[in-house]
Design a binder for this molecule. Sequence first.
Ligand code: S3P
Length: 448
Amino acid sequence: MKSNANSSNQSHASINTQVLAGGKINGVVTVPGDKSCSHRSVIFASLAEGVSNISGFLNGEDSLNTAKAFQDMGVSIERSGDVSLRIKGVGLYGLKEPSNDIYMGNAGTGMRLLAGILAAQQFNTMLTGDESLSRRPMGRVIKPLKLMSANIAGDEQGKPPLSVKAPGNGVTAIHYDLPVASAQVKSCVLLAGLYADGVTSVTEPAPTRDHTERMLRSFGYSVTTEGNRISLEGRGVLTACDLEIPADISSAAFLMVAASIAEDSDVTIEGVGINPTRTGIIDILRLMGADITLMNERKAGDEPVADIRVKSAQLRGIDVPEHLVPLAIDELPVVFVAASVATGTTRVTGAEELRVKESDRIAAMAEGLKNIGVDATATDDGMIVNQSEITGGVVETHFDHRIAMSFCVAALRSSEPILVKDTQHIDTSFPGFFELMSELGMSMSTTD
Ligand code: S3P
């Protein structure tokens, strides 16, 4: 397993990609494994009793950093194929003190979920990240963990690095009303709750991805969901299992928008996770008039999957319903691209969380869209996008993988090429993106 221990966003060699204008994309493909499920598979398999075999694991930097963190805490994790891992769990109480800081790279999910587990360990750790992660708010996990008697602190603004010290008498169970709809915060509290006596529960203001709940059940751990309240009883046992991770709908989203907006395109993406807490992108694109068919619906472990076929369609502008925002939070950057060529006006509201992702995605997308000729206006909590002629140009990605992929997709409807800066970060979530897009028919060239 590769080590990224000393890497940071800015220390990756910079790669800029010139994506040629126009073109069509056609074919049947698979995209890499789901990032959320990949993180969780390593976490739960490491804390389980016995050996788990994981297939479909995302070989992206984020999930590899999570695997490295558990290796550093004494868990044996072996690759048993390109995207398969064999993990020998150490049980809830078998982690060892790492000899160095734990480096989470770019991964907010990795850091926030690990904070929940480390808060309950009888050793001290320091969680660090790259420049982007070091700017992200951790107060949202520090606050509930302190209520659980954890000994955790960030810097004076509640940002990483996070110092997590052994909690004298262990963590205590709480009920926590989540102030933001965040699966990461929900998961962090539930993970700490695994180590507390009694029942730990959270209520969420709106549904968020439920992979933690589903995967805990796959590992034989009982989790109760009643309406918007999720609870579990601490001090149980996770039992090793074999898991198949679905292809990531967040990665598939770039292909879905690409096939919708490019001319004469028809793309099928196989085995994509269609967990209802993740399918906001399908609902939004369908409301915009996209031609999307779900085929061959089946199960991969506890997660529903399908093959998704998308054909070109003239999209129309909509007011994106706010209840779909948390269900499509990572896909909104590419929705803004779809909106650029949709007739009329598209408005996204209630998406202020975008401002605290890997970059400020509202600012980054508004700036980049303007640079390529799109009439886009950032608002505090979203964006207003009017139908435009995409004229091409140069865009900054702010070291954010999803901003980079969104602008690559935009080139399919541009009259001139788009030079997308710093595309090296695409490996965070979608290794092989350019190979796959060029197999489908997109043309690009890279420069250092
Ligand atoms: C994730 C939850 C989301 C999402 C992130 C992955 C997860 O973040 O944006 O990419 O795996 O739990 P929030 O829960 O903070 O919204």
